[in-house]
Design a protein around this ligand. Sequence first.
Ligand code: SF4
Length: 331
Amino acid sequence: MNLQTNHRDWQGIPYFPINQYYRSEFGEKVYKIPVSIAETCPNREGLKGMKTCVFCDEWGSAAYPERREMDLVQQIKVNRELIRKKNKAHKFLVYFQAYTNTFTKVSRLREQFEVACSFMDVVGITVGTRPDCVSDSVFQLWNEFSERVSIFVELGVQSFNNEQLVWMERGHSGEKSLWAVEKIREKCPNVNLGVHLMFGLPGETDEQVKNSALLCSQLPIDNVKLHNTHVLVDTPLAEMYHRGEFQPISREKYADRVSIFLEHLRPDISVHRLAAVASRHDELVAPDWAAKRMENYQFILDRMRDRQGYQGKSYSAELAKGVSLADLQNL
Ligand code: SF4
């Protein structure tokens, strides 16, 4: 994972895109096949009094929820065909995306992994999960399969600030996220580890975003995925929005936050994407700009170029060392 990178190597892009990492690892671009196999998560089950995360729609962030009645083999085949038609795709990662994909028996997870690995063109498995849903038996499973295919873990951290985590009803703390990252790295050195973060949360400041990047830069992670906080229908956040208790940030402000984050991020951490898009437009309540994938991408790139910003521009190991989780608690 110690890919040597600097901004001159990113082919005109001011950050280290994950596709470049994929190319170095697999010799070509690889495509994720999203599948909806997990059926729930600790929040939806009300474990320890937890509630649904305020931003989460009923599908648990699935890309193709309409196919969740299909079995795993069918989902892989159908979704792979769609991706193949759109792109010249030869190699794939099966992406266990919806809900929490380690919140079930390990024997069931093993069966699912076996199915994914039975496809000759599947070179890896990506698992979406939460910091409080990993265990020794899960680590063992990942290690076992990492000898056959690449294993990518995407951890839903969202924020390191505990007040924001409570507001989101995440049900875990910033401390738990740090614990999970360190534990996964210790127990699964071959797993490619990424964290998801959200911007546009209440109380967020430029300073917090900068410190999040510096904290991430100290962690043994390989990639990050960035989300804007958007409001989807039938979510607790939609109710808050309609009551006037939540206002999404503007695209300008979001683009500035992404720029600040990337400028303070270690340059060898690859980046999945710069913003989330509401894939089902009829489910988007606000902001309108969250429906425009390519426009948003270009907007953020332009904003970064206007600032002459690029990933790692303001990062140094010494600066990062001065930032701790405690610094993320004061907004
Ligand atoms: S975001 Fe994840 S953990 Fe939260 S309610 Fe949705 S599926 Fe569950």
